[in-house]
Design a protein around this ligand. Structure first.
Ligand SMILES: [Zn+2]
Length: 357
């Protein structure tokens, strides 16, 4: 940590002298001043300390990033490592009612949720900015817990780069034909960042690309080939209806964009819906029946009403089926006008796409 108590006052490690006794603001135990060549000056707990807020073994990235963020926020007042004893938490930076966390080390969704809720209990909001280790894992589903949803910008995530001293905002994160796409923007001051947020981009759509469609198709076939558990389960269901998952109707690929909430499961979901499509089925029945197998994660502690995004993905696909003349929806009942045609197999489907689409 960069700050500690000396004679009841907060001091910065940079300005601290070696001879003094410093205390941790959270546990009030003595901490050691470290001024070496490898890391910037900081305080560390003694070995065997049981402090909950202990961040010993803090990386240089974390120490540097916190200091850089204070400069980023300047001229707005912000404080480093303020201990909030009501919730026993210590945000990296406190800026009025906003807690800013520069998360570099691994954290589970349960612990993250507790900390977000802690701030909420204090009527505070929290901004989670991620370090370099997380940047490398961006496409992994374990990152979903850090997503924000910002109106006009879609699903967003934030990163700090200690080499360039900048805030990176990845926005409009969407799965397009099962692949995560995003746009990015960099900010060098807090004011620049806040100002920009008022002017969201006009167009958030990614459009169609035949190569992506073919990749999606090959991917689902490979999943079967390599015995992916979920894909096999769905394949069995398709077989029971006389279909092959890799030969699903083309209409499964047209409504191709979805939020990270549904993500890579969107294609499976659309195939499930087509399998269950039946006359006089109610929309809500179809929703419940088809989503059951998917087991979509609800772990989005920074987003309100995750359910809304699932329902959106579902109704987008139904709307596409209506538009293309396959179904009609009247008073929440579904009437099938014609069933979308399944291909004989994967090869026939590929050939058709290359020739016609
Ligand atoms: Zn402590």
């Amino acid at each position: 940590m960069l700050t500690a108590y000396y004679n009841g006052e907060i001091v910065y490690a940079q300005q601290a002298a070696n001879k003094n006794v410093y205390l941790c603001p959270a546990c009030m135990q003595q901490v050691i001043l470290r001024k070496g060549n490898l890391k910037i000056p900081h305080f560390a707990h003694m070995k065997n300390s049981d402090c909950i807020n202990q961040q010993d073994g803090e990386t240089n990235e974390h120490l540097n990033g916190k200091q850089q963020m204070i400069e980023f926020i300047n001229p707005h007042p912000a404080k480093l490592e303020v201990y909030l004893k009501e919730i026993n938490q210590r945000p990296d930076i406190l800026m009025g009612n906003l807690a800013i966390e520069f998360q570099c080390s691994p954290i589970g969704v349960k612990r993250l949720t507790q900390r977000i809720n802690g701030y909420q209990d204090m009527k505070m909001r929290s901004l989670w900015i991620l370090g370099s280790n997380y940047r490398k894992k961006f496409c992994s589903t374990s990152m979903n817990k850090f997503f924000y949803y910002i109106k006009g910008w879609g699903f967003c995530m934030f990163f700090w780069n200690t080499h360039n001293h900048d805030l990176e905002m990845r926005f409009n994160c969407q799965f397009v034909n099962s692949k995560l796409r995003y746009q990015k923007m960099f900010f060098y001051t807090w004011d620049e960042f806040i100002h920009k947020l008022k002017f969201p981009p006009k167009n958030l759509s990614y459009g169609h690309n035949i190569d992506n469609l073919l990749k999606e198709l090959t991917n689902i076939r490979n999943k079967i080939f390599y015995h992916d558990k979920f894909a096999l389960k769905l394949q069995n269901l398709c077989y029971s209806k006389g279909h092959d998952i890799a030969a699903a109707p083309l209409v499964c690929h047209f409504q191709n964009c979805t939020t990270p909430v549904v993500g890579r499961k969107y294609l499976y979901w659309k195939i499930l819906i087509l399998n269950y499509l039946d006359n006089d089925l109610q929309v809500e029945q179809l929703y419940k029946k088809s989503i059951e197998l998917l087991k979509i994660s609800e772990s989005y502690p920074l987003i309100k009403n995750v359910d809304k995004f699932k329902r959106q993905a579902f109704s987008d696909f139904l709307a596409d089926l209506c538009k293309r003349g396959y179904i009609i929806i009247k008073e929440n009942n579904i009437y099938v006008k014609k069933y979308p045609a399944w291909f004989h197999d994967y090869y026939q489907k590929i050939q058709y796409i290359i020739m016609k689409v």
